[in-house]
Write a protein that binds this ligand. Structure first.
Ligand SMILES: [Zn+2]
Length: 241
């Protein structure tokens, strides 16, 4: 086999390995991003629950103030009732007292139901906080794992690049450019074997002339259909060179 082609085949293997590692890296990024999104959503839920609790608390203290005023008013009305001198005055004060008592019981009921709401909200908040803490822990564990793997991958890619660099120096520049151009779309199949008389990249049958060129010369032969570089497989089953 043409020496440049042999080196290019090795480079193709390096590129394929690097692509697999890059893919793994991007999967790691996505997983990490996913966890961060879940945590973010939980944080938002937690904030909303806390804000809602604040609103209920405000509502409750407003109603408590109203209740205090109503109780104060009732006391005054009792005094007024005692000092009423006519039947008409007494009736008028009694009507006011009835209204104040109704207000009082309505407010008391409201306050009780708001207290129940607060209790439920606090339970929600507690659950959300526990879940949030749990998620943070999970993230930390993953991060440790992810970072370790990332380091490994970076190291492996660096190694591959170094090995590739060494080979690149030995190859004809124009040929290398052709390979790089092909690699933009072939995804690791820029140099393919010929199998059953066909290009193993596009699977088109090759002409006897192309096959003869491949077998009889040391030139680099390109598939006339897809432009990939072809090589003759040298395995045990094929005839000896
Ligand atoms: Zn082809």
């Amino acid at each position: 086999m043409n020496a440049d082609l042999k080196s290019l085949l090795d480079i193709q293997e390096f590129d394929k390995k690097a692509a697999v590692l890059e893919e793994e890296l991007s999967k790691i990024e996505k997983k990490e991003q996913k966890i961060l999104e879940v945590i973010d959503a939980k944080q938002k839920q937690l904030n909303t629950a806390k804000e809602e609790k604040e609103e209920i608390l405000k509502d409750k203290s407003f109603k408590e103030e109203l209740l205090a005023e109503t109780l104060e008013n009732l006391k005054k009305l009792e005094v007024k009732l005692n000092s009423a001198t006519t039947e008409k005055q007494m009736q008028a004060v009694n009507t006011e007292i009835d209204i104040a008592k109704t207000n009082k019981s309505v407010l008391e009921e409201k306050i009780v139901s708001l207290e129940e709401e607060i209790e439920l909200k606090e339970k929600d908040i507690k659950e959300l906080e526990d879940r949030y803490t749990q998620l943070q822990k999970t993230l930390q564990e993953h991060k440790t794992k992810f970072n370790a793997r990332r380091e490994q991958i970076f190291e492996e890619i660096k190694q591959i690049k170094e090995n590739k660099e060494k080979l690149i120096g030995t190859i004809d520049e124009e040929l290398l450019n052709k390979y790089e151009k092909l690699n933009k779309w072939t995804k690791g199949t820029s140099i393919v074997p010929v199998r059953e008389g066909a290009c193993y990249g596009c699977f088109m049958k090759l002409t006897p002339q192309t096959i003869a060129n491949l077998e009889e010369t040391n030139d680099i032969i390109f598939c006339p259909n897809c432009g990939r570089m072809l090589y003759k497989e040298e395995d045990a089953n094929s005839e000896n060179d």
